[in-house]
Each structure stands twice: as structure tokens, then as C-alpha cells.
Design a protein around this ligand. Structure first.
Ligand SMILES: Cc1ncc(C[n+]2csc(CCOP(=O)(O)OP(=O)(O)O)c2C)c(N)n1
Length: 661
């Protein structure tokens, strides 16, 4: 143990050296955390974590998430030293174009990086999601004979993450859910970016977490032995999530700035020559000693044999449980049944129901066809109607349940969904009122950035909400979501389009989808076959009502306003076409030929109607067209009345068309 301690201490200083050299070379980045947490890194990657650098996706690995993503050189150094496929050259190309070492950690860019982090607090919620996924996986796949899942989720976070609201929501959820497979290491260094942390916080973190039903330990984060002991205690504990408050000195190793806010960023870089010398590092930059190399090569072998041991257990489990194994494989490969729509019965032609209700009906056969689809609601199941009826609540007594009660924690819900999606076994969905999507937006943005197949079910989609008034009536929210790159927003018009929307969302595995659903009933739009409407949604827009004379006018609409476009078309005459456009993003991905077929460029008499801000629709109606939207906040009154008052009528569509040249 003595020599191991010495080697790890030395590796910690060499990791400090790598961070100094990388930050110095690119003249940007954050030195404080990699230096302050160097011993923690050595203990984790050299002794405590269960992982296999040769197989970064090993199913039973401990997941490590660097929530304090600004300290990215911490994870790059340790992944490199541990023997992941991350060369010294990549480390030295920190923040350089096309390197595997981007400014902040990005999922899919670097082997061993489990989450895209940088926006503080997100990583904590992702770790909670990973822990949820691990509990679910254990409940659904472990058998009495074989525990194939028993991994831990470890997250490193600083004051910034701990101050963020999303983290508070997530840790409260974790305490309530008794996620004892979760270890949060708090890099307590008393410093944030601008100043000493005491200028913006004076809470007692230990008491806060104890109140949230966590176990708490406090250790010196530079004491390898003490830290390792605390970590082992945390790993062995049951019943509660585990917080280790690791007291550290930010920027340790550069005395000119250590312990101060100047150490947080690259401020210490100008002192690195003396600092490297004092740490016993040679003149050669990006230096790793033969001893450290040898230690980690040996450790890698040791980890590989633990992995092999597990693989033997896993293979026995596979043989004994072929159906479970096939299900797990399908999850890991993110497979989706090709004929999903065939599972969803058509709605009666005279159905007149809210799309949230249609969605509830659609969800049940989908959930049957996709056993790894799980869902949740932010305390609004009674309204969002997305409860998977064939299952029960996900609780500590039933971690196999498929319905997660997130509580009134929209932001953490979305962050936890990301964690589940990163883990890659289950397909997470989550619901709330559309108007509260903004509470979840930072995590939705990261889902889009990280190509996660998360699915958001947002109901009560317009001023049609009615009596709850303008606070609850979204007007800008749908368009606000549409401008997030790589996010599909689908606002179906009727029950069949809702079926199409859900199937399309499930079939999309390289990015997130939002379904935008109405509170109020809408008619079944039988002007096109159920199949045409379902498939039309997948293409983003389609001709719902075809003109019966030479085409003169195109009406575009989405969701509950499509009915008004249809009614207006009847009045306007045979040369009018109605295009239902539930998803602008999906339509944009169609071939130019298909787009021209639906919206011929030569037809410029166009009017669009949607109960929301008008801006984005101008793109589709062009300079000669008109948009009937709602460019103001709503009104407290019955929904039908508000819709009418704010112009959402067929008569307005007719008038707009007649006003065109
Ligand atoms: C949501 C969010 N707000 C602000 C920032 C900018 N920022 C990056 S690090 C930081 C301070 C973090 O302090 P701490 O976690 O204590 O990190 P340390 O100084 O210990 O490295 C801030 C404000 C951010 N990355 N994310």
C-alpha cells in the first residue's frame, strides 16, 4: 500500500502537470479544479472506480460524471493516464479543433466521458438519472442467481453545481428515492469564479443534505487514504445516497494563486514553470513518468480481469435468461420495432378528444411494444395523462416500475431523463404543462446537443387552456422550442396525427422529440385516411385537404388550428389546399421534391394559422403570405372564448386570404 500511495501521489502531481501544460498551451481553460482535485482523481482512477478503459461502455462499470465541466482537464488527464483511447497528443491538443478534448466534456466525443457538462448543476441531475437507470436495470434484469448490475454512479461537483437549482431538485429527488448507488463528491474549496464562495453562500451543506436524507462524510480531499476510506464507506452504505464533502485547496500546486478565485481559470498559467519544478516535474511538458505508466498499465490489467470475471457471470445469466438478455440487447442497441404504428388501433372516425387524451390511448400499446420505454410526470399525471397503465409507480420498493413521480421538479426531470438516456438502456419520457417547458429548457438543450433520444410530452399547449389564464397559456413556447437545433417539435392536430407523433418520436434515436398536446378536444380530421395522417406527421407536413381545382391558395396550420384552416378552405373554394404542418423540423429534413410537392414554390397565396407567436411561420408563407398568430400574452377566460378573442377562427383565415393580392 505504501508504494501504491507514493505512486498515486506522484500521478496526482503529473496530472497537475498535464492540466498546467494543456491550459498554458491553449491559453484558456480552468486550472483550479484539476489541480485541487488531483488526489481525488488519483484515488478514483487508480484505486476506487470499477471500470475498464478498453471497454468504456462496459454495462456494469461505475459511471463517473464530472459535473463541474469547466474542470475538463481533470477528466482528460485521468482518462489518459487510466489508459482509455485518449492519447497524450489529444490531451496536448486541448480545446483545439477536432480534438477529442473539447473545452467542456462532450458525450460521444471522448471515450469515458459519460455526460456533456459545463452548464453547472446539469451533471448532478444526470448522475441522478444514471442512478435511476441503474436501479431500474438491477430491478428488471438481475435475478436471484445472478446480479449483473451492481455499479455505482459517482459525480464530482463544485460550489457552482451545488448552488444551481437543478441540482437541488435532483438531490432532493435522489434522497426521496433512496438512491444508495449514488456518490456525490463535493469539491469544497471555498472558491467560485468571481470570488471566495462566502460572498454568495453561507449554507451548511452537510446539514442540507442530511435533511434531504443523504449520508454525509467530510474529508480532506488531498489525503488519499482518508478519501479512499470515505469512498469505500459510501460504496458499502445502503438506504441513502452518499455525499462526500472533500475539503480541497483550489489550484493546489501554484502557490501564487492557490486557495483564491485567481486559481479558478487560467490565471495560474503564467506561474507554471516554477510550479512544475516545485512539484518535481521535469522540463519536458506533458510528462508522465515510467512509474506512473507502469502502475496504470498494471491497474488496467487488474480492472480487465474484474471485467472478465463479470463477463463470465453475465454469460451464465444470458444462457439462463434468454428473453431478458434479448430485451437488454435491444435496449443497448436502441432498437425500436419497425411496425410501431401497427400496434396502435385507429380511433373512431367521429372521435372528438383532446390530443393529450389521444396520446394517453396511444401510449399504452406503444409501452407494450417497447418494454424499456419509461415515463414520468412533474406531479401532473392527472392532466398530462401519460401514466403507463400496465405498470406501476417507480419507487424504492419497486424500482422496476415504469412511472416516475418526479415531483414538481421540471428541470431535474429533464436532467434525470438525460441521465437515463446517456445510460442507454431505457427510453425516457417525461411530462408537464407546455408552459413550464422553460423550467426544463437547459436540459432539453443538452439532450439536443448530445443527440439523446429523450421524449417530452407537453400538454395544455395554447391559450386554449382557458381559465388558468396567461400564466398557464403558452404563446411563445412552441416556437421557443423549435429554435433549438436537433430538437423535433411535433404539434399534432388530431388523434391519428398524435399516433404518428408518438411513433415518430420513438423511431427517432439520435435526438430528442417534444410532443405538444392540447388540453381541449379537437375533431378527428378524416379528410385524409388515418394512415395518411399518421405517416404525414413523420414527414413533418402533408396535404390534408387537396384542392379539387387548379391550386390557388395554400393554408398551413398545426395542432388545434388545423380545423380552422379546413373550415376556411371549404368557404374559399376548390382551389384551396390545406397543409397540416405538425413538425417544421421533420419537414425540413424531407427531400426538396417532397417539399415542393406539398408547398409548390409557384403558389404564393398562403396563410398560416397557429395559436402562438407568428414569427417562424413567415418562413413558410413567404413575403406575400400572412400569418394569423398570437403575438401577445393570453387572457383568463374560458378557452374557446380566449381563442376566438385572439383571432383563432376560420373567419379570420378567410378574411386574411381575401386580403391577399
Ligand atoms: C449554469 C452556469 N452558470 C455559470 C457558469 C459559468 N461558470 C463556470 S465555472 C463557474 C464557477 C464555479 O464555481 P465552482 O463550482 O466552485 O468551481 P471552482 O471555482 O471550484 O473550479 C461559473 C460561474 C456555468 N458554466 N454554468
Amino acid at each position: 500500500m505504501h508504494s501504491k500511495l507514493q505512486v498515486l501521489g506522484r500521478a496526482a502531481n503529473e496530472a497537475r502537470g498535464l492540466a498546467m501544460d494543456a491550459v498554458h498551451k491553449c491559453s484558456s481553460g480552468h486550472l483550479g479544479l484539476p489541480l485541487g482535485c488531483a488526489e481525488i482523481g488519483a484515488a478514483l482512477f487508480g484505486h476506487l472506480l470499477q471500470y475498464d478503459p478498453a471497454h468504456p461502455k462496459w454495462l456494469n462499470r461505475d459511471r463517473f460524471i464530472l459535473s463541474a465541466g469547466h474542470g475538463s482537464m481533470f477528466i482528460y488527464s485521468w482518462l489518459h493516464l487510466a489508459g482509455y483511447d485518449l492519447s497524450l497528443e489529444e490531451v496536448s491538443n486541448f480545446r483545439v479543433l477536432h480534438s477529442k478534448t473539447p473545452g467542456h466534456p462532450e458525450f460521444n466525443e471522448t471515450p469515458g466521458v459519460e455526460a456533456t457538462t459545463g452548464p453547472l448543476g446539469q451533471g448532478i441531475s444526470n448522475a441522478v438519472g444514471y442512478a435511476v437507470s441503474a436501479k431500474m436495470a438491477a430491478a428488471r434484469f438481475n435475478t436471484v442467481e445472478h446480479a449483473i448490475f451492481d455499479q455505482h454512479v459517482v459525480v464530482l461537483a463544485g460550489d457552482g453545481c451545488m448552488q444551481e437549482g437543478v441540482a437541488q431538485e435532483a438531490v432532493a429527488f435522489a434522497g426521496h428515492a433512496r438512491l444508495d448507488n449514488l456518490i456525490l463528491i463535493y469539491d469544497a474549496n471555498d472558491v467560485t469564479l468571481d470570488a471566495m464562495a462566502c460572498v454568495s453562500q453561507n449554507e451548511d451543506t452537510a446539514m442540507r443534505f442530511e435533511a434531504l436524507k443523504w449520508d454525509v462524510q467530510t474529508v480532506n480531499g488531498h489525503d488519499l487514504v482518508a478519501f479512499a476510506a470515505a469512498f469505500q464507506t459510501a460504496k458499502a452504505a445502503t438506504g441513502k445516497p452518499q455525499l462526500i464533502i472533500a475539503r480541497t485547496i483550489i489550484g493546489k500546486g501554484i502557490p501564487e494563486v492557490a486557495g483564491t478565485a485567481k486559481a479558478h481559470g487560467e490565471g495560474g498559467a503564467k506561474f507554471i514553470d516554477a510550479a512544475r519544478k516545485a512539484l518535481g516535474l521535469p522540463g519536458e511538458h506533458f510528462y508522465v513518468s515510467p512509474d506512473t505508466r507502469e502502475f496504470f498499465a498494471c491497474h488496467k490489467q487488474h480492472l480487465a480481469s474484474a471485467h472478465q470475471h463479470w463477463t463470465a457471470r453475465f454469460e451464465t445469466w444470458r444462457t439462463a435468461n434468454p428473453e431478458l438478455a434479448a430485451l437488454l440487447d435491444s435496449g443497448v442497441k436502441n432498437e425500436v420495432p419497425a411496425d410501431l404504428l401497427a400496434n396502435i388501433p385507429e380511433f373512431p372516425v367521429d372521435a372528438k378528444i383532446a390530443t393529450r387524451k389521444a396520446a394517453s390511448d396511444v401510449l399504452q400499446p406503444l409501452a407494450a411494444a417497447m418494454p424499456l420505454l419509461v415515463g414520468g410526470s412533474a406531479d401532473l399525471y392527472g392532466s398530462t395523462l401519460n401514466y403507463i397503465a400496465a405498470s406501476k409507480d417507480w419507487t424504492p420498493e419497486n424500482y422496476g416500475g415504469r412511472n416516475i413521480r418526479f415531483g414538481i421538479r421540471e428541470h431535474a426531470m429533464a436532467g434525470i431523463m438525460n441521465g437515463i438516456a446517456y445510460d442507454g438502456i431505457f427510453r425516457p419520457s417525461g411530462a408537464t404543462f407546455l408552459v413550464f417547458a422553460d423550467y426544463a429548457r437547459p436540459s432539453i438543450r443538452i439532450a439536443a446537443l448530445a443527440n439523446l433520444p429523450t421524449f417530452y410530452i407537453f400538454t395544455h399547449d395554447s391559450v386554449g387552456v382557458g381559465e388558468d389564464g396567461p400564466t398557464h397559456q403558452p404563446v411563445e413556447t412552441v416556437s421557443g422550442l423549435r429554435v433549438i437545433p436537433n430538437l423535433d417539435v411535433i404539434r399534432p392536430a388530431d388523434p391519428e396525427e398524435t399516433a404518428g407523433a408518438f411513433a415518430a418520436a420513438m423511431q427517432r434515436t439520435n435526438g430528442p422529440t417534444v410532443a405538444i398536446l392540447s388540453r381541449q378536444a379537437v375533431p378527428n380530421l378524416t379528410f385524409a385516411s388515418a394512415q395518411a395522417r399518421r405517416e404525414g406527421v413523420a414527414r413533418g407536413a402533408y396535404v390534408l385537404v387537396k384542392e379539387t381545382a387548379p391550386l390557388e391558395t395554400i393554408l398551413l396550420a398545426s395542432g388545434s388550428e388545423v380545423q380552422h384552416a379546413v373550415a376556411a378552405a371549404k368557404e374559399l373554394g376548390a382551389g384551396t389546399r390545406v397543409v397540416s404542418m405538425p413538425s417544421m423540423e421533420r419537414f425540413e429534413r424531407q427531400s426538396a421534391e417532397y417539399r415542393e410537392q406539398v408547398l409548390p414554390g409557384s403558389v404564393r397565396r398562403r396563410v398560416a394559422i397557429e395559436a402562438g407567436v407568428s414569427d417562424l411561420w413567415h418562413r413558410w408563407v413567404g413575403l406575400d403570405g400572412q400569418v394569423i398568430g398570437i403575438d401577445r400574452f393570453g387572457i383568463s377566460a374560458p378557452g374557446g372564448k380566449v381563442m376566438e378573442l385572439l383571432g383563432m377562427t376560420a373567419a379570420n383565415v378567410v378574411a386574411a386570404v381575401r386580403s391577399l393580392k
